[in-house]
Design a protein around this ligand. Structure first.
Ligand code: 1HN
Length: 347
């Protein structure tokens, strides 16, 4: 590998002439743009503790009426990427959203794709293209790009969920925008997809002779995910990941195009070292307590905490307790796969 020329190697007059013409020499910046062996990562492996988020979110509930917020959210921003950029990792936006009893978050549509993962409270709902989807603790609700969605709360007490969006990518493409709409007409058969896609491997017969629905299932109830993980654990060797991906039942593909979602169970005292890979991730603790070593840095976590894992990181999960731990994972593997550079690095 040869030393490349620097900016300072060039006569100032030449540099000034380039600048005046909006031209930039590549070679002084080439190594920064394309480092050898491993990308440069500014993402800091870190935890957002729910015990710190929750009081501030409740304060936001008092300080800012929903009409002044539309979405009352505290964003989990990674300081390594600049707080103002609202990135947990370079591709993943995450935020904690609070809705109080009787409030509604108005109907809108936008280019980024979003999901919500319910953290606490009962009675919340999201209406997606006319379908009213209940939000119970741990449920995953999809609001894909271009689908109308609005939130409400019919119950008592605060409802909090984790929003995850591909906003950083869509924003970087200068393609992020929204439109507002009138409240939706709710269809009289709520959450019909739960019946249509009752069991993996079975789809409505009529779906075989029409184009695949890109978002066949928009709600994944946690009770099903948890039971499936517990079943999978009975046939999985200790130390091997007990992990399930959220997919579109009509295509078998990741349920959203840019970000991927999965659930992971760690058995009591279990240690799991997944294969090192090129994707970045945010994990959210549904229940349990443990730690994750990310590139040598130990992140301790418990119920409802969230943590960031940079691309290409060496990761080991440890469940330090005598009860199982359940984690929800957001990653950018689907986009990396579509772009053709997703990699795994077996030890
Ligand atoms: C959004 O539409 C929601 O619909 C939440 O609840 C967070 C952050 C950025 C852009 C759009 C929502 C969002 C968002």
């Amino acid at each position: 590998m040869s030393e490349l020329g620097t900016l300072e190697d060039l006569p100032q007059s030449y540099r000034d002439e380039l600048t005046a013409r909006n031209l930039v020499p590549l070679w002084p910046s080439l190594r920064a743009a394309l480092p050898h062996g491993i990308p440069t990562r500014r993402t800091i492996p870190m935890v957002w503790s729910y015990s710190e988020i929750r009081p501030k979110l409740m304060e936001a509930g008092e300080l800012t009426p929903i009409e002044k917020a539309e979405r009352r959210v505290l964003v989990l921003a990674n300081p390594g990427l600049g707080l103002e950029n609202m990135q947990a990792t370079p591709t993943i936006y995450t935020g904690m959203q609070l809705i109080l009893p009787g409030e509604t978050a108005p109907n809108h549509i936008h280019t980024p794709s979003a999901v919500r993962f319910v953290v606490e409270g009962e009675g919340g709902y999201t209406v997606v293209n006319g379908e009213k989807l209940p939000m119970e603790r741990g449920d995953l609700i999809l609001t894909p790009s271009g689908l109308w969605h609005e939130h409400g709360h019919d119950g008592d007490g605060p409802v909090v969920w984790l929003d995850a969006l591909d906003l950083p990518t869509v924003f970087a493409m200068e393609a992020s925008y929204c439109r507002e709409g009138e409240p939706q007409q709710v269809r009289n058969q709520p959450d019909l997809a739960q019946t249509h896609y009752r069991r993996a491997g079975l789809v409505p017969y009529s779906s075989m002779s029409r184009p695949r629905d890109p978002y066949a299932l928009k709600r994944f109830p946690w009770k099903d995910v948890k039971a499936s993980l517990q079943d999978l654990a009975t046939v999985t060797d200790l130390g091997s990941p007990v992990q399930l991906a959220y997919v579109n039942p009509e295509t078998g593909e990741s349920c959203m195009p840019v970000l991927g979602f999965s659930a992971l169970m760690l058995r009591p005292e279990e240690t799991v070292s997944p294969v090192r890979r090129s994707a970045s991730a945010v994990l959210h603790v549904v229940e349990g307590a443990g730690s994750t070593v990310v590139d040598g840095k130990t992140l301790n976590w418990s119920d409802k905490d969230s943590f960031a894992i940079p691309t290409h990181a060496e990761v080991t999960f440890h469940n330090g307790s005598d009860r199982p731990a359940f984690l929800f994972q957001i990653d950018d593997a689907p986009m990396q796969q579509k772009l053709g550079f997703y990699e795994e690095f077996p030890a």
